[in-house]
Design a protein around this ligand. Structure first.
Ligand SMILES: *[C@@H]1O[C@H](CO)[C@@H](O)[C@H](O)[C@H]1NC(C)=O
Ligand SMILES: *[C@@H]1O[C@H](CO)[C@@H](O)[C@H](O)[C@H]1NC(C)=O
Ligand SMILES: *[C@@H]1O[C@H](CO)[C@@H](O)[C@H](O)[C@H]1NC(C)=O
Length: 174
């Protein structure tokens, strides 16, 4: 009996500790942080002043990006392999392309303590014949840096906008 009283007491203590808001904030990211990180990503896409330094700080050194949409657009096999060799290659590629402006956030939310879901719409991809919608799932490390990015989007619309896909090919095959 004494044992179970002790365990009940210890459980009550643990529950109190875990439920404390300070502990929760120390471990789980909130809506505000999720929005901040999405704002930084948008500033990197737009090549805002300091975009390079922002990207350096935001991405973890072991950053990887995974996307069947990108691999399919590039005609690569869909193996789940990272679309970028490393963080530096990703930053160089991002800043080496023309800036992507006019991005609309349709939804952003913190989830599962260290993940962010971002539902987006790019209005100005190249010729912008079509808007492009997609989802990014960011996984953060303990320093709140992006360690993994999983994204899927309307790569047909993207490819028709920037010429990676040609309507002619589709008609020829029909
Ligand atoms: C970004 O900054 C790093 C380190 O400061 C530098 O080596 C790199 O050349 C910069 N990249 C671009 C695209 O400006
Ligand atoms: C941004 O995209 C929206 C939706 O396509 C469009 O109505 C608006 O004119 C665009 N704004 C700029 C500054 O290009
Ligand atoms: C699609 O058409 C373009 C332009 O005609 C051509 O360069 C490309 O190789 C074609 N792609 C495929 C997969 O047939």
């Amino acid at each position: 009996m004494r044992g179970s009283t002790f365990i009940a007491g210890a459980l009550a203590f643990l529950t109190t500790t875990i439920a404390s808001p300070v502990q929760d904030r120390a471990y789980c990211i909130g809506q505000w942080e999720a929005q901040e990180i999405v704002n930084k990503i948008i500033s990197i896409f737009g090549h805002q002043p300091g975009a390079n330094a922002t990207a350096e700080a935001l991405l973890a050194d072991d950053f990887t990006e995974h996307s069947d949409s990108i691999h399919a657009l590039e005609g690569q096999p869909l193996t789940g392999a990272s679309t970028t060799a490393n963080k530096q290659e990703w930053i160089k590629g991002m800043l080496g392309e023309p800036p992507t402006l006019n991005i609309t956030t349709l939804y952003v939310g913190a989830t599962g303590c260290n993940k962010i879901i971002w539902y987006w719409q790019f209005n100005s991809v190249a010729r912008a014949t079509y808007r492009v919608r997609g989802f990014n799932l960011f996984t953060l490390n303990s320093q709140c840096q992006i360690q993994e990015l999983d994204l899927e989007f309307n790569s047909i619309a993207w490819g028709l906008d920037d010429g990676e896909l040609q309507c002619g090919n589709r008609s020829a095959k029909a």
